[in-house]
Design a binder for this molecule. Structure first.
Ligand code: DWN
Ligand code: SAH
Length: 406
């Protein structure tokens, strides 16, 4: 038993994925012996309806000058953030002379560059120094820090209040969410809005995409839990917009001006979440069973291919795949290597399971018989460009929403 990070109520895990390393902790053989592990165990708070993991490594173990995830690796995501930025400009910035946009977790500047290119005053807060430096190289103003209420006070003193605070796939990473929410409430102008998107609990339950649960993702949000978490800080949930990104996400808009109308999308979404049982213990019990079934099927399939000496590789050394590989005990005897386009991951080994990560060139120069689609959230983008793999007789192994060969 421990306390909910948001409301302080007692919570207990409903399952465990076992011992896990840092999801983006790609490493070299000389580091194998000192690898860090923690127990990955999710819990649901029935008081404020938020899903969270009980233990999370210290943020400095995950986000630092060697952070391995670079947002620009997906062309689809570049387009997504260009559209997101255009929408923010069109809907929220037109009334101001010199608008100011702040983004939390701006990574390599994939979203803020759109504002920078349009000459809009902006600032990224990005603790991982290596990706922050890339953003600066693209003309994106970036400071390296973990956003919280104290950082907000400093930003206000140095830059003034913001019209819009944005974040994508970041809010669910920050354990001290109450400090972040009160910092945002201070940082916004009275007419300002917070707009953020994150993987959506409804999609994770529906697709059994348990791999969205890993060290960095301390929370999994629903509209219900977002409304509950931000309301005590004076931020009102006024809109929700489902997104296709990362296997199903939700974009939340919250206003400081609580006189703003709640959209019918919010009302409908809250009602749908109740109907789907997103706050019921039975839902998480079923999710646990579905995770175990998925693990059993993937392990059995990969065990069979190993026994038949089939050539199997992984496609995309994602953070999510650290949960899959460690939970399903998938190792180098199942998977020859994992192909990834990120130079910082290449030549290293996957966290916990120690499978080599190799450049994309190694995949296309000698196609395997099977490729496990670890980057399943980028399926459309990947399948479109990997026609030659299928033409060579290669087949995909998928595991979300269910284990299959395609
Ligand atoms: O929330 C998070 C999201 C936004 O990004 C972070 N906590 C960390 C990270 O999660 P992830 O590693 O699961 O993200 P992706 O976008 O699923 O990672 C895709 C990986 O696959 C990258 O390493 C790049 C690689 N890749 C590739 O090799 N070929 C990606 C594409 C699209 C490709 O064609
Ligand atoms: N927004 C990008 C990056 C998501 S990865 C995208 O959608 O692709 C998560 C990012 O959050 C990392 O770059 C990490 O360094 C950053 N982050 C983690 N904790 C943070 C905090 N307290 N404040 C701001 N950014 C944070």
């Amino acid at each position: 038993m421990t306390d909910c990070r948001i409301c302080g109520s007692p919570i207990a895990p409903f399952m465990t994925f076992g011992q896990m390393p840092v999801a983006n902790g790609f490493l070299l053989p000389e580091q194998f012996d000192s690898e860090y592990f923690f127990e990955l165990a999710p819990a649901f708070c029935s008081a404020c309806n938020i899903l969270q993991i009980i233990d999370q490594p210290d943020p400095s173990k995950m986000f630092h000058e060697n952070y391995a995830f670079f947002s620009r690796t997906s062309k689809y995501m570049q387009d997504h953030f260009a559209k997101f930025a255009a929408k923010v400009c069109g809907s929220h910035l037109t009334d101001y002379d010199d608008p100011f946009v702040v983004e939390l977790g701006s990574n390599d500047g994939i979203m803020l560059q759109n504002f920078a290119d349009a000459g809009i005053r902006h600032l990224g807060i990005e603790p991982s120094e290596n990706v922050a430096e890339i953003a600066r190289g693209h003309g994106v103003n970036t400071i390296s820090d973990f956003f919280d209420e104290m950082v907000a006070d400093r930003l206000i003193a140095e830059h003034g209040l913001a019209d819009v605070v944005l974040s994508a796939n970041v809010m669910c990473h920050i354990p001290n969410l109450n400090s972040v929410a009160s910092g945002i409430a201070k940082l916004l102008k009275p007419s300002g809005v917070l707009i953020f998107e994150d993987p959506y609990l409804g999609d994770i339950i529906k697709k059994t995409s348990y791999d969205q649960i890993y060290d960095e993702h301390v929370f999994v949000f629903s509209a219900t839990s977002v409304a509950n978490a931000f309301a005590p800080h004076g931020l009102k949930l006024v809109n929700v917009e489902p997104q296709k990104t990362h296997g199903g996400s939700m974009r939340y808009t919250l206003a400081l001006d609580t006189r703003q109308q709640t959209s019918t999308a919010v009302t409908n979404c809250l009602a749908r979440e109740t109907k789907l049982g997103l706050s019921s213990a039975a839902t998480f019990e079923r999710f646990r069973e579905n995770c175990e079934t998925s693990r059993h099927r993937l392990t059995r399939l990969l065990g069979k291919f190993r026994d038949e000496n089939r050539r199997v590789v992984g496609y995309g050394a994602t953070s999510k795949s650290t949960t899959v590989m460690n939970y399903c005990s998938i190792g180098p005897d199942h998977i020859e290597f994992v192909s990834d386009t990120t130079p910082a991951k290449q030549g290293k080994f996957t966290p916990g399971t120690h499978i080599p990560v190799k450049p994309y060139q190694d995949f296309i120069s000698d196609y395997p018989e099977y490729a496990v689609l670890f980057a399943w959230n980028h399926k459309l983008e990947i399948i479109a460009k990997e026609d030659a793999f299928r033409q060579s007789g290669g087949q995909w192994i998928e595991f979300i929403p269910s284990v299959c060969i395609s």
